[in-house]
Write a protein that binds this ligand. Structure first.
Ligand code: ZN
Length: 502
């Protein structure tokens, strides 16, 4: 209540300007009240910390303040103000980042399965089978393939090339460049948004057939789960297309069989990792299609959801939003969703104002459970109150927005406004494997150091983790379990930070 009165007094004074600057003690008090009111109203402002958490918070904040102070002296090494491709080397040296890596982060709610695993691991582990080749497709793009169909150049056996290479490491790094956007000069790409998106989408074409082979698909997803655990994530909802797979007997697995396969992999993993709560699927298809095609997709989704209501939980449309079809083209096809299913639309992933960004309005009118990105949300005050009232979580993906060219300096990310206004947001990573990140830690680091105020502290990070659980789609049993596991892991984390050997 006190903070509220303070804020009220402060805002009245700001409006009327009735305080004389000469009245210094009162002036200072008011400044503090205004700052305190902002702090309390922002994301994490209502979190209460135990005495151990307060101690851990001091350690965290000492590291954060030291990093900011150092950044003022050597801005050329201050990662939060740099592009991720140039800043990553400094993030890795950061004490704050080290703490965030160790912190339990709850749930990963916005990720595309085929973009989530680190590219180095993929090259070193999934390209070693004898039957794998590379060739150029009709657009001259390098693709992995197990046969020669669709090749418009000579095929090269990857194993033979690797053996014949003078320097195996160099050969693998070259290969990795085809599936990772990371490069030393991101600014060269930035003036041309079309090029960025082409390069991004080409990566998924390059690996498309690699993952359609059942054994590779399984190995890939097992690794995805391991990488989530390594980053202290205990649950995920992933966007996946569940496209048909084929196996060694040349048998084709249907979409439903692929869903079964994925669920089996998750269950096997859970049996060995008791603290891992699980993975659910948001069936995601391209945002360009005829009305008939869209109807087929939504029908397939309904069948999948009917067969596996607690595994295939929702539907989404993906792809570059500015060049895709607007959501309102499909209102007829999308208006009839089973009551147990949800939409999780990508919407407002744009720099436009008054065009593509209206997708956010349509997503809300279609009763979306969460919105992917909503990068343009601050421009639409009519949507704010509905989002808050209906608790529609915004899935913010800072590094993705930067790499895909929506914002250069993440301190200018529009989610700073959402944080100040305590919107229901979660931080996620979209396709971390495609740009050299891993799990959620890098995005949490940028959210903490660039998007949030300088003095945002452990309360902010804890609130982000709690939000990720709050806005996940869980049964009451799963929710009880995830809360229990998270509380325990959080206490272990705090004890760890307080341990002198940390
Ligand atoms: Zn996405």
């Amino acid at each position: 209540m006190m903070w509220f009165l303070g804020a009220l007094v402060a805002s009245v004074v700001l409006l009327t300007g009735s305080l004389q600057a000469a009245d210094l003690p009162a002036y200072e008090t008011l400044r503090e009240q205004i700052m305190e009111a902002e702090r309390v109203a922002s994301l994490g402002g209502n979190i209460w910390l135990s005495s151990d958490e307060e101690k851990a918070n001091s350690i965290l904040m000492n590291a954060k303040r030291a990093e900011i102070a150092e950044g003022l002296k050597t801005p050329e090494k201050y990662a939060p103000a740099m592009h991720f491709f140039q800043g990553r080397q400094y993030v890795r040296q950061s004490e704050v980042f080290r703490m965030i890596q160790k912190m339990p982060k709850g749930a990963f709610l916005h990720g595309h399965n085929t973009g989530m695993v680190t590219s180095r691991w993929i090259i070193q582990n999934l390209t070693t089978t004898n039957n794998l080749y590379t060739c150029r497709n009709v657009d001259g793009l390098l693709v992995f393939t197990y046969d020669q169909s669709g090749c418009h150049s000579e095929v090269q056996n990857v194993c033979t090339e690797r053996i014949n290479a003078e320097d195996r490491g160099k050969y693998e790094r070259q290969l990795e460049k085809h599936i990772n956007m990371h490069g030393p000069r991101p600014e060269a790409l930035l003036p041309n948004r079309k090029k960025i998106w082409e390069r991004f989408e080409n990566i998924f074409t390059t690996v498309d057939r690699l993952y359609k082979y059942r054994p590779t698909y399984c190995a890939y997803h097992k690794r995805m789960l391991e990488e989530l655990c390594e980053d202290n994530i205990i649950y995920a909802e992933i966007r996946a297309s569940l496209s048909p797979l084929y196996d060694d007997n040349n048998r084709t697995l249907s979409t439903l069989e692929v869903a079964n396969e994925l669920e089996r992999i998750v269950e096997e993993f859970k049996a060995k990792h008791h603290d891992f709560i699980g993975v659910k699927v948001i069936y995601a298809k391209r945002n360009r299609a005829s009305e008939e095609e869209m109807l087929r997709r939504i029908t397939t989704f309904k069948q999948l959801h009917h067969a596996k209501p607690n595994f295939v939980i929702g539907f989404d449309l993906i792809g570059q939003e500015d060049t895709g079809d607007p959501l309102n083209r499909y209102i007829n096809q999308l208006s009839d969703l089973p009551s147990t299913a949800n939409y999780f639309f990508h919407a407002g992933e744009t720099n436009w104002n008054g065009r593509t960004d209206w997708n956010m309005m349509d997503a809300i009118l279609l009763n979306t459970k969460r919105i992917g990105h909503a990068f343009a949300l601050p421009k639409h005050p009519q949507l704010w109150s509905t989002i808050k009232k209906r608790n529609i979580a915004i899935e913010v993906n800072p590094i993705s927005n930067q790499v895909l060219g929506f914002v250069w300096d993440l301190r200018n990310h529009p989610a700073s406004f959402l944080i100040a206004e305590n919107f229901p947001i979660v931080i996620s990573a979209d396709d971390p494997g495609v740009w050299g990140a891993k799990g959620l830690s890098y995005d949490f680091y940028y959210a903490f150091m660039a998007l949030a105020p300088a003095e945002a502290d452990l309360r902010f990070l804890k609130q982000l983790a709690l939000n990720s659980i709050k806005y996940a789609v869980l049964t009451s049993d799963e929710r009880r379990k995830i809360n229990r596991v998270f509380q325990r892991k959080w206490q272990e984390f705090i004890a760890n930070v307080l341990n002198p050997k940390f």
